[in-house]
Design a binder for this molecule. Structure first.
Ligand SMILES: C[S@@+](CC[C@H](N)C(=O)[O-])C[C@H]1O[C@@H](n2cnc3c(N)ncnc32)[C@H](O)[C@@H]1O
Length: 259
């Protein structure tokens, strides 16, 4: 699985600097920041990728343990954190999610990031069960994944493809163009139900990119005035009913309750 990410690392770096890539990281950061202390949290970033998310938190004064299955990607994350001058705030672990038990033992964290990872795991529901033990009591789980309801809208509104839109109505998988690999599609409600069964209380449900992915014309997003307006609109919509329900990604913030 990691091969797909390694092979497409340069595409991914490019993606992160597109207007829609920047919107993703800005909105995700804003969502989580309002739910955790300003600094000094111990954060576990599972499937950290090239470290883009973790660097922003390290700059704020949090400590991040970055975990990724790929040596090459962890090394990319290390280079980026050194360049950003925050490597003293980071621990790097090259490990499969399933190996964490051996490596972390009884260590627990204030915050766990599970961003764009559950869709790539064979058994997402058991992963949610498994990470519970790495959170401190009252700790925060931040989970982001692609919204399964977004793809039909994107196919018709961005791609003008009614047949593909219809096919995606009940689809359980989608092939990521960026990584050329299948993604398991979840709805926010499916994840919320799983979290509630595991003794989490859901604090917030946000949408990331409520409208961006349905705008056909991508060039206009490079226009600074248009982009600034789009970013403001996205930030206003992310927690407003019903807009967040149709965003490209859902972002769930959940608190670990006392058992
Ligand atoms: C789509 S990227 C997301 C990266 C980052 N969380 C973000 O949102 O920018 C998924 C990352 O998860 C890693 N990954 C996939 N399966 C994994 C597994 N079973 N254990 C650990 N990491 C994994 C990949 O190597 C890749 O870097």
């Amino acid at each position: 699985m990691s091969i797909a990410f390694e092979k497409n690392l340069s595409n991914w770096n490019e993606y992160q600097n597109t207007p829609w890539g920047r919107l993703f990281y800005t909105i995700a950061h804003q969502n989580l920041s309002t739910n955790i202390p300003n600094k000094n949290c111990q954060i576990l970033d599972v499937g950290c990728g090239n470290g883009r998310t973790g660097i922003a938190y390290a700059k704020q004064g949090h400590h991040i343990t970055m975990v990724d299955a790929s040596e090459r990607i962890i090394s990319e994350a290390r280079n980026k954190t050194v360049k950003a001058g925050v490597d003293d705030k980071i621990d790097y672990l090259c490990a499969e999610f399933s190996e964490l038990q051996h490596i972390l033992g009884n260590k627990t964290f204030d915050v766990i990031l599970f961003h764009n990872i559950i869709a790539y795991l064979n058994d997402g529901p058991s992963a949610i069960k498994h990470i519970y033990k790495y959170l401190k009591s009252n700790g925060i789980l931040s989970l982001i994944s692609m919204n399964r309801y977004s793809e039909s809208y994107r196919q018709i509104l961005q791609q003008y493809n009614p047949k593909a839109a219809q096919e995606m109505l009940d689809a359980k998988y989608y092939t990521s163009k960026l990584f050329d690999t299948p993604i398991r599609l979840y709805s926010a409600q499916e994840i919320i139900n799983l979290l509630q069964m595991e003794n989490y209380s859901v604090q917030n449900h946000y949408g990331i990119r409520c409208v961006n992915d349905y705008i056909f014309e991508n060039n206009i997003k490079e226009n600074p005035d248009f982009f600034a307006g789009l970013e403001q609109l996205e930030l206003a919509m992310r927690d407003q009913y019903p807009y967040y329900l149709l965003a490209r990604f859902f972002h769930i913030i959940a608190r670990k309750d006392h058992k």
